[in-house]
Design a binder for this molecule. Structure first.
Ligand code: SAM
Length: 395
């Protein structure tokens, strides 16, 4: 099995290289309107934005910034397949402009536009961020009514192009089954409040992009990819930044296309791919370990589980997660200037050093056990920039 990953360094407001109805999932985090760090970038894209900001016209600046984003959401709608899903991570902004403190609700503005563009809204996720900021409270201290509620969360808007995606052919159904997640993962991933996903450390070694990363956690993209696409699908991120979506797609056996206006991100993206094999395989291993722990606890409390996994020698909760396969990465190669190819273990049973194979696999087991698997924490140390700091909370 092989996946391909491509980066386009350009404005995402015109994605003519990408065919209509060709992308299964879009995951992204755009520049946030009215958050100061993005003023310059928005102003470069439309000079009227700079004017509006200079004139202290917050409402107009907010609207014009969103109009830049709208162009990209329209393109996303065009390229998604019927039943394809768009996940937009967005935070609202609070800002004092012209002496007036206000909320600029990008989540509402984006949702309204996407509905007009034709999307159907699905239940959204509220991502509660961990903040230790000592001065997080704003306004007039303890004096009513001039103190303001602190924004400590962002949203992940979830939108669908049309109705439910169809899987009709036998090979499509099989691939979908192999793309399943564990029952106990479902119970965490599909709750509408996500906590414990720490923000990514914003420090970057590269001077050219320092202060511009605004990367989301690997786990955020990894979850969404596994929740809303199947193996072999193509995932698009039109605001690519440091390429977190691509790394998560690589780890999940999906193809990807990233679009980024600032080519200064290139070295960082390439750098991050160098650690993806160890990192992705450690995640696979961790997921299996967590599952084995879950089975042990559940069986101790409620008796034996009913279903044996078809390939791995462990039990699962339901018929739906009994054929899921986690693919280990074997190689990640840069095939051209902005393209990468990832190869996966050809035999799905070669996955995960922690899995005890059934007896008919015992000869294989020996070789599996000889393979050296790094723990997630070791990878974290090795590849700080992948930022796995919250993996332990996550899995
Ligand atoms: C919030 S960051 C995305 C961070 C990314 N999720 C990550 O994990 O690194 C937004 C990115 O969008 C890029 N950007 C802004 N406007 C763009 C546009 N019109 N087309 C393509 N990229 C754009 C910025 O340069 C920035 O890297």
């Amino acid at each position: 099995m092989e996946t391909n990953h491509k980066i386009l360094f350009q404005n995402a407001n015109n994605l003519h290289q990408i065919k209509d109805n060709s992308i299964a999932l879009m995951i992204t985090s755009p520049p946030y309107p009215m958050i100061e760090m993005w003023d310059g970038m928005f102003s470069e894209q439309n000079s009227e934005i700079k004017e509006a900001l200079n004139n202290k016209d917050g409402s107009n600046a907010f609207e014009l910034m969103n109009q830049e984003l709208d162009k990209v959401w329209n393109e996303v709608y065009r390229v998604l397949i019927p039943g394809g899903i768009a996940c937009i991570n967005i935070g609202d902004a609070t800002r004092t402009i012209g002496g007036n403190f206000q909320l600029f609700s990008s989540s509402t503005r984006i949702m309204n536009h996407c509905l007009k563009a034709g999307f159907n809204a699905l239940p959204k996720i509220l991502w509660k961020k961990t903040t230790n900021a000592p001065n997080k409270f704003m306004g007039s201290g303890m004096l009513p009514p001039g103190a303001y509620v602190t924004l400590e969360h962002e949203y992940i808007l979830i939108l669908r192009k049309g109705g439910k995606r169809e899987f009709t052919k036998p090979h499509e159904k099989k691939n979908r089954q192999e793309s399943a997640f564990f029952w106990e993962e479902r119970n965490i991933w599909f709750t509408d409040i996500w906590e414990g996903l720490n923000g990514v450390i914003q420090k970057l070694n590269d001077e050219k992009i320092r202060g511009r990363s605004a990367a989301y956690p690997f786990e955020l993209a990894y979850r969404l990819i596994n929740m809303f696409s199947v193996k072999g699908d193509t995932v698009l991120d039109p605001y690519f930044g440091t390429g977190t979506t691509m790394l998560s797609a690589m780890a999940s056996a999906r193809n990807s296309i990233g679009v980024e206006i600032d080519s200064n991100f290139k070295d960082t993206i390439i750098d991050r791919t160098k650690a993806i094999i160890d990192y992705a395989n450690a995640i696979n291993k961790k997921r299996i370990q967590q599952h084995l722990e879950f089975v042990k606890k559940r069986e101790a409390e409620k008796g034996p589980l009913k279903y044996n996994h078809e390939k791995y020698d462990f039990k699962v909760m339901t018929r739906q997660d009994n054929s899921l396969i986690l693919h280990d990465l074997v190689s990640c190669e840069q095939t051209s200037d902005n393209e990468f190819k990832v190869n996966y273990a050809s035999n799905s049973k070669e996955v995960n050093g922690s899995v005890t194979m059934s007896s008919r696999e015992s000869n294989r087991e020996t070789s599996i056990n000889k393979r050296e698997f790094l723990e997630v924490s070791q990878i974290e140390q090795k590849a700080g920039r992948l930022n796995a700091s919250s993996l332990h909370n996550f899995f």
